[in-house]
Ligand binder design. Structure first.
Ligand SMILES: [Zn+2]
Length: 251
């Protein structure tokens, strides 16, 4: 487990420069598996973001215990058919969370999604009660060049992931947001402009989260209650500030 923090931080730094990449070592592990087993999706995904799936990040011992909260719908051991226009049946397996919203749902803003009180004060790294599982998560804050290949690969493998979007990205890529939602994937909040939160006041943190929330909702998705700190930069104060806005941070 010792090498994991450095791996994650290294990958996080890449994400700022790369387009849309796997952000956790566990994601890299599973992705490598599916790339090997899904020839139709392997080539495009490894094209634009070769560093995102670096073999050096694969550490089998780190895979199972470091799954993130967003992994409920994914079950790599029991692949299901690729999702069509309708949502896959796994949606009903989300414990304590609202299922992914349909792509077209313009109407009154739903009440904020909630999260288990036991997660207050934590930057979640393991899916509570999920046992040995792996979550695939992606961050989107650059351009959207890698998105189609990623979505094709996930669909081909029958896997749902969670995409943490910046508000800026959502505003610039509304069709990308729609494609993510149409694929049955979860969406999370990754701030409006991707600053390091430990340098922000609580008020500025509020502006970042709510600005992104509004931008993502305007693009047709709802990021609540999942949030990921840009660069992984957080402390007790910033975690509390995020919790107070109705979000649970996911590592
Ligand atoms: Zn990021």
């Amino acid at each position: 487990m010792a090498p994991r923090p450095s791996v994650v931080q290294r990958k996080r730094r890449r994400l700022a420069a790369v387009v849309l990449a796997v952000t956790a070592a566990v994601a890299a592990v599973v992705l490598a598996v599916f790339l090997a087993g899904a020839p139709q999706g392997g080539a495009p995904l490894t094209g634009p973001t070769p560093s995102g799936t670096s073999p050096s990040a694969t550490s089998p011992s780190a895979a199972s215990p470091s799954a993130t909260l967003s992994g409920e719908p994914t079950s790599p051991s029991s692949p299901s058919p690729p999702p069509s226009e309708s949502q896959p049946p796994e949606a009903s397996e989300n414990p304590g969370e609202a299922p992914s919203p349909p792509p077209v749902a313009p109407g009154p803003t739903p009440p904020p999604a909630t999260f288990p009180a036991g997660l207050v004060g934590t930057d979640v790294e393991v899916v509570p009660g999920a046992g040995p599982s792996v979550a695939l998560t992606f961050d989107a804050g650059g351009n959207s060049a890698g998105l189609p290949a990623i979505l094709d690969t996930l669909a081909g493998a029958g896997i749902r992931g969670t995409f943490f979007l910046t508000g800026s990205w959502a505003t610039a890529n509304p069709t990308g947001v729609a494609a993510i939602v149409a694929g049955g994937h979860r969406v999370g909040n990754h701030s409006q402009t991707h600053p390091s939160f430990t340098g922000l006041s609580d008020s500025a943190i509020g502006d970042q989260l709510l600005g992104a929330e509004q931008a993502i909702q305007a693009a047709g998705a709802d990021p609540r209650p999942l949030f990921r700190f840009p660069f992984g930069a957080r402390d007790a104060r910033t975690v509390a500030a995020v919790n107070n806005l109705g979000y649970v941070p996911v590592r």
